[in-house]
Design a protein around this ligand. Sequence first.
Ligand SMILES: *Cc1c(COP(=O)(O)O)cnc(C)c1O
Ligand code: SF4
Length: 452
Amino acid sequence: MRKKNMFNTDESPAPSVESQDSEPPSRPRPACPPHNLNNSDNQPDPADPGDWKWQIKNRIRSSQQFEKYFPGSSSPQLNGVIQKFPMAITPYYASLIRRPDITDPIFAMAVPQPRELIDPLFLCDDPLSEDDDMPVPGMVHRYRDRVLLIATTMCSMYCRHCTRKRIAGAHESSISPQRMRQVIEYLKVHPEVSDVIVSGGDPLTMSDDSIEMVLSALRSVPSVQVIRIGTRVPVVLPMRITDELVNILKKYHPLWINTHFNHPNEITTQSKQACAKLADAGIPLGNQTVLLAGVNDDAKIIEQLCRGLVQMRVRPYYLYQCDLVRGVEHFRTSIRKGIEIMEYLRGRVGGIAIPTFVVDAPHGGGKIPVLPNYIISMSPSHTVLRNYEGLLVNYPEPSAKPVSVNTTSTGETGVWELASGRTSVIAPAKNHRIKRRERYASQNKTAYLFEP
Ligand SMILES: *Cc1c(COP(=O)(O)O)cnc(C)c1O
Ligand code: SF4
């Protein structure tokens, strides 16, 4: 197994608070009070669970600490799994666990499972071949106009489904000023790169100073138009979104943030507050969800999640098919599950709540969008489409020549009649929308539109 330090030549210690094997609090399930907003001098109180540094210091990292939080819930293999894939759970995120077993989505995403040791041959450490596309260590240049910068290897919580397990948590270190200079030199001679994604690990686990170092360096390159940050902090460590941090971030606009909510149980008062602060600072927010068996592979759960995101001003951006990374076999779903979810969403929720379902292709092929089939047939003159209800319509191409058209679906009508232009629509048996239309017509409702 390849486990290397991204920043090995000039390693600098993670500027954030390092995890010590400190004792978790004696209460088994700590309540997480919201960030102490009355703390007028803004000096973090190291004993305050509402302070992000306290949360990082008190992460659950060992089986002994885990046992204190969830007595009787740890597997005898926990230590073996942790040695392979590290564990870290913020007390805040642990407090969202409702049942301490794998039927709980938060538990399943945070707590190491013996199932992670299942290792079929088609799984690997670097399923997207990112290491092959790194002109500077820690910077992936795959698409022409954008790069992905691994700014730190640390996360506050190590997701069991992480696609960068080879990097995240292997060592906890952040990019050094020297490595950052190499990145900047590369960007200066590659002005085609206009979009830089700061990722990791979780870049918002870095100190305010380190974040500012990275952002100001990127902004010093005139060809960099957009900076994006990929972070799970609003989900697993929402108290990290402090006023001080937001004041730094908003100096570097246009700055976009993509976060990573996977389940409606992650939407809490605190995460809402974190997203609100970012949105209020003018930062457009997106969300990337990973489809995970037993966690969110259910159309109604994704619907609830997407509706919740939009209410927080977070636009569902991508719904990812699980990557072929070692340790996640138990989370993989079939691609048809994602297609089924997309089928369910279209027409049922607004377009702003619908993410793009993507498969990030092996061999570094990048993201491939996958949709249900909406194109039913084609001819030189017409394309036959269907909508979410099963209504079939044809779209006359610019070259279409009029043929005698029968606009109803009565008689011998099939897809060929649509494709050849003889029929323009085949409607399903009366549904809610058609009935409403008929009701309106009979009440002559449209007349009111233009009357005083
Ligand atoms: C996902 C990704 C991007 C960004 O892709 P978008 O579709 O623009 O969000 C860029 N580089 C790499 C290596 C990626 O994996
Ligand atoms: S926050 Fe992102 S990088 Fe970190 S463990 Fe989770 S998925 Fe991986």
